[in-house]
Design a protein around this ligand. Structure first.
Ligand code: AMP
Length: 441
């Protein structure tokens, strides 16, 4: 089904053709006609399914035909994180490049003044995180009484992050007559309550089964003691010549430490978490996307929203405390139908977290065998580039089954080219074997 048959304007269809989008994704095919018809929406859709274009395209179309009466925004898109705000802002500008609509992006962690200036110039679409938007609204830098369309993107994440009061305050500043679009990957009772108060006769659209991991992501578990995780990760990256891996840790401190350790192992790495300045977060992400760093080590802040084209690998260096977060983390790979691999390094004290995740997924995650890290990983090959000019990762081949045996003794000279075998490797292998045999989880 071509995009034009959904009733989209030629300017939008042209912008989509520029991005080589051939046909709408299932979520787009369902939500675009409903939004164009003026209905409120409650949509549950897996991450990476194209939901941003799903709400942005009809929103742009509706604003482009309605007349502007003031300099105040007419559409408001609320998102949980700064990265998502920047990303959604880029998408809105890209899809709307042949329309005469203005977009501004507002988020915290950066100076107020450039944003005040931008708001003064006027905008049609405002993409914002709730806290910073309230600051501007309360100080009179922006009026929200012309808003005709409200989008809550990643609503469940916004509630998880404690934004419910800010969201309610923002909603009180909006005119009562407006179209509301709410997107949430999961439906908790809090989400239902928010939806009940916000939406009117909403079309409920549930594209994929909720809380399921995207099917294009191949998932494996490495049972490994905590103290051996770093050596295993370095080995996997170097032996597989991974060019791009997003690694999740549980804490900011842990992310910083692992970044340092990977660099010590000769792997270009950067950390991204809430304690980093916005400039550092933006730089780390840009370097990662441009393949200047191989490993981006992130806390939960990066689990939602981040869209990294063709990201081949996600590693859970530690499992998340909340099972749903696993789904969001691994959803950074396998996006828009691409393949991806998610590997979780699971220590004995994380067995119960793994059990919760498997319960949520409704299936066991297969175990990968520990590789023999005594084999020196190949020297990194010169970068090969695909037709798009993008470096091609040696990805998606299944990890070869390797015998789980302790490493052979190696001289220090031999070791310099390989990962240092972890001190507890013998223990790791024994533990992995017992894990497999007893199903201790
Ligand atoms: P989202 O779920 O909105 O974050 O989108 C995930 C990815 O899918 C983004 O990289 C989009 O650029 C891409 N995408 C969205 N719609 C389409 C489409 N119809 N065809 C191909 N790619 C798409």
């Amino acid at each position: 089904m071509p995009f034009a048959s959904l009733g989209l304007a030629p300017e939008l269809v042209r912008a989509l053709a520029d991005r080589n989008y051939v046909a709408p994704t299932p979520v787009q095919a369902r939500v675009i006609p409903e939004i164009l018809a003026g209905r409120d929406i409650l949509a549950g859709s897996q991450t990476g399914t194209g939901k941003t274009a799903g709400f942005t395209l009809p929103l742009l179309q509706k604003l482009s035909v309605a007349s502007r009466t003031s300099n105040s925004p007419r559409a408001l898109i609320l998102v949980p994180t700064r990265e998502l705000a920047a990303q959604v802002g880029d998408s809105v500008r890209s899809y709307g490049k042949y329309l005469r609509l203005r977009t501004q992006v507002i988020f915290g962690g950066v100076g107020l003044h450039p944003q005040i200036e931008a708001l003064r110039r006027g905008t049609d679409i405002l993409v914002a995180t709730p806290g910073r938007l309230l600051d501007h609204a309360q100080q009179g830098h922006v009026r929200l009484d012309d808003i005709q369309m409200l989008v809550l993107d990643e609503a469940d994440r916004m509630l998880d992050m404690g934004f419910i009061h800010d969201i309610r305050r923002v909603i009180r500043l909006l005119p009562p007559r407006r179209q509301n679009l709410m997107f949430s990957a999961t439906y908790s009772s809090d989400i239902r309550k928010l939806a009940q108060g916000l939406l009117h006769a909403a079309a409920e659209i549930d594209i994929a089964r909720r809380n399921t991991a995207v099917e294009t992501v191949e998932q494996h578990v490495y049972p490994v003691p905590k103290e051996d995780k770093r050596a295993l990760l370095s080995h996997l990256i170097r032996a597989g010549d991974w060019s791009q891996v997003l690694v999740f840790t549980r804490t900011k401190h842990g992310a910083n430490r692992l970044t340092r350790q990977l660099e010590e192992d000769g792997i270009e790495a950067a950390a991204i978490h809430g304690n980093k300045s916005q400039a550092a977060r933006t730089r780390a992400l840009a370097d990662f996307k441009a393949l200047r760093v191989r490993a981006l080590v992130a806390t939960e802040v990066a689990a939602r929203g981040l869209d990294i084209k063709e990201l081949p690998y996600v590693v859970n260096f530690e499992l998340p405390n909340v099972a749903e977060d696993y789904v969001h983390r691994i959803g950074r790979t396998g996006r828009a139908g691409a393949k991806g691999m998610a590997l979780s390094l699971v220590a004995p004290d994380e067995s119960s977290l793994l059990r919760d995740i498997e319960k949520l997924l409704g299936r066991r995650i297969p175990q990968a065998r520990l590789p023999d890290i005594s084999a020196p990983p190949p020297r990194r090959a010169p970068l090969s580039r695909g037709a798009s000019g993008r470096r091609l990762p040696a990805a998606f081949r299944r990890l070869p089954p390797t015998p789980a045996r302790p490493p052979a003794r190696r001289s220090p000279a031999e070791r310099t080219d390989a990962c240092t075998p972890p001190a507890g490797w013998r223990r790791a292998v024994a533990w992995a074997a017992s894990f497999a045999l007893t199903g201790r989880r």
